[in-house]
Design a protein around this ligand. Sequence first.
Ligand code: C5P
Length: 406
Amino acid sequence: MQPHYRFAGFMGKRVHLGVSGSIAAYRSLDLLRALLEADCTVSATLTESAARFVTPLSFEALGASPVYGSMFEAAPSGGSAFGHLEPGQEAEVMVIAPATANVLAKLAHGLADDMLSCQALAFPGPKIVAPAMNPRMWDSPATRRNWDLLDILGYTRVQPDSGHVACGDTGDGRLAPLENILIETLKALSPQDLAGKRVLVTLGPTREPWDGVRFWSNPSSGTMGACLAMAAVLRGAEVTIVAGPTALEFPPNATVVSVTTAREMHDACLDLWPGMDIGCATAAVADFHPVPFGPEKYKKGGIESLTVHFEPNPDILKALGESKTEGQKLIGFAAETSNLKEEAARKLDSKRLDLIAANDISRQGSGFGTPTNEMFVLDSAGRRETWPVLPKTEVAWRLWDHLQLG
Ligand code: C5P
């Protein structure tokens, strides 16, 4: 799982995981692990057919408790005699992944003929459903109607993926990426203090071409921006990411605009900015681009030295600051190797920022390609804080806490 999904701190919040009988049932074990890593507690129910693919013992061994099976078995250890009601009383969110066509139909119509369907019917909190089935079953009119009904009933629906499925067919019906299910689950456990806010995040490096195959760039992975974007999604914001070339993947509840050069990033951001409430510029934008040699590959041809000319790129964050309107907030980042605090203060002022987060990229555990950062945070009200080395997910969470949204 990429680092921008590794949120922790959901201390003790209980998730009830429902597993039904699809070959994808084994993937719910990874979902269980991801939820435990996020500091959730997890209970689970396996349908009778799920228990043919994976065993209750696997869930127990990884840390789920209690693990329910049949309605009329003795209550599992840690469970209650009213197992069909207990998750609805104790858990904050219920996730059914994978959900078969049969389970979708039961949920859509309120059937309650086994433990999982009873628990779902008796669950008053948010419910998330992630289907997995053969593409022809997924495409059948009955499943389509049940899927629409689940929307009307208030389920959060995680769309299945398309591709090859176990039986050899191709189409929609594969269990969605676990990251998509995880994000929806953690969102149901998060404060929705950014609900209604439109957030723009720039991230990653830019790539400035010089000839037909070569470019000028930097090693930014885009992780800090991705963490800010995911934290905003979890807290209810509508997030648009303008991403330079990165290997990062995002769930469908963030809009991604992919760009290559600083000038493309600039144009995309300036187009989007008037419709945004908050902008976060985490991208490591190249300050200069080479004057292109041309569309061909440059041939070395025996020369001993080569001079490449560079021209300045636009400062995207400065342009956003200059066109900032009343009520818009702007967060900048500063990656420095010296005079961290002075540089942060200068950039806060010159780029008209509301908050700047600066880090010394020469220090261990801070900067490009690391999953952690050590931040000096300064805002326009004069608040100054130095934070210890923290996971970038935690830095992102704290930055949203810190930004005064009043
Ligand atoms: O001036 P400096 O490049 O150090 O400022 C860093 C901040 O400005 C970062 O938030 C970065 O994303 C942003 N930036 C930008 N466009 C540039 C250069 C930096 O948006 N051309």
